[in-house]
Structure formats: structure tokens, C-alpha cells
Design a protein around this ligand. Sequence first.
Ligand SMILES: [Fe+2]
Ligand SMILES: [Fe+2]
Length: 295
Amino acid sequence: MLGFKKRQVSPTPKDLKIIPREIKIDLEKGLKDNLYWMDGDPVKTHFMNALQSSFPEGERMFIDSARDVRDQCSESIPEELNQQIKLFIRQEAIHGAHHEDWNNALIGLGYTRLAKYSAQLKSERLKMKSSAPAIFRLAVTAAGEHFTAITARLHIHGDPEFLNSLDRPVRDLILYHALEEIEHKAVCFDLFEHAGGNYLTRMLGAVSFSLGMMLHVRRIHVYLLKKDGLWNKENKKKARQYIWGREGLFFKLLPDILDYFKPSFHPWDKDDRKWLAGDFNNDLEEYGIQAPVFA
Ligand SMILES: [Fe+2]
Ligand SMILES: [Fe+2]
């Protein structure tokens, strides 16, 4: 199995708490008042809008795959992992609803083709659900969870300027989502390993996730900028640099992306607990959200 040795004990910290938090954020008003909420910059803002537009269907796919694999091996799953799966599903269901609101707010602002793109993603998700083995879909999910967790880490820890460049309330939603993505980052990975998923399947899942995500985000990013009449030479260059340039997102994430290719990789090889309870959590206090606490 390509040097893959089955892990006996998951490195997921024992004091980790996964907390599904209910949070109400008026995104519709926020987006209407301030269309370019990231740095006043349409290229960056629409990149994030494009990325998040995949989340409602993407997170439903993540939930489906975890549920299907869990049901296939329900009797052998340790109680602790079983509980984590339930909490993961709850967190993702709440996130999905927020991102659905975000998409609807954009549709309300005139980006009507987003509805068609979401319908396409839904039909792809259902097709995949009926045709691909659950363990492969969970491999796609595990890759997606790694991507969201490393992006979350970069956004709220590795790149301190990022949060400062966002206007509220979008900033609050991104921060809250990022915290929860870190909390549950290993749940699907642990389930995948528990269910006997091997290295090759994990890699195929990672390739499938990466291609699907890149194609989707690119298509929506271009659409949003075209709709605003801003898909011009200057912005095309700016978009390329923002994503693929030497200081761009891809290169910032590259060390974490490469980690995933190690046969011995585990999401908690990097222990995020030391900064997860950071000062920025105070920003969420008005929503009644408490900072994560570790024993
Ligand atoms: Fe999520
Ligand atoms: Fe997630």
C-alpha cells in the first residue's frame, strides 16, 4: 500500500472540543452596503465570493460522504469518533446555511447566474453520490477539509493582514467559520483511516478535489468580475498574481499542501491549539461565541 502503515492511535488532541455554534449574521445588508468588502478590491473580494459559492453544495457533499462511510462501518467506530462525526455534521450544516445566505445575497444583488452554477454543483454532487464509492467521496472530503483548515490557518494566523483587510460582517463570518474548520479538521481524515482508506485513494481524492475546486472558483471569479464590467487586462493580471504570484495564495499554502502528500500525514501534525484561542476571538463575543478552551 505505497508504504502506508495503518495508524494505531489518532494524533487528534484528546482535549479538543468541537462546538457547533449558532450565529446570526446579516450578510445581505453587509454586502449591499459594501460590495467590495475585502480591501475595497473587486478582484480579491470576488475571489473570496467565488470560493465561498462552492461551500453550500461542497459541505453537503462532505456531510453525505461522512454519513455514508460511518453507516457502512458503524459498529466498529469508537464512540469518541462517532461523537465527533455528529458534531462535524452539525457544524457543516450550519456553515452550509450561512453560505447559502451569502449566495442568495449575491443573487439578490444581480449576480443571478450564481443560481444556475449552484444547481449544476448540486446535480454533480448527486451524480457522484450515486456513482462513486463512499470511501472515495470521503477521500475527496478529507482533501477538502485539509484545504479549508490550511486556508483557515493562513487567514487567521499565518497572514495577520488578511483579517484586517476584511470589512464586517463578512469578516466575522469568515473568522467564525475558520475556527470551526480548524476544530473539526481531522474528523473525516480519522474516519477515512478507520474505514481502511489507503494512500492511493487519499491521493486520488486530493486530485479530484483540487481540480473540481480550481475549475469552479475560476469560472465564478471570472463571471463575477465580468458582471461588474471589470474583467479587463489589468484585473486579469491582478487575479493571476493574487492566486499564483510569488506572494500569492498558492505559494503561501504550498508547504501545507505538500504535507498532505506524506504517507504518514495527519491533520494534527500541526497543532493549531496554541493560537486557536487567540485574542481575535473577542471579535465574536457580540455573537455570544466563546473562544475555544483547551485543558
Ligand atoms: Fe465548513
Ligand atoms: Fe469543514
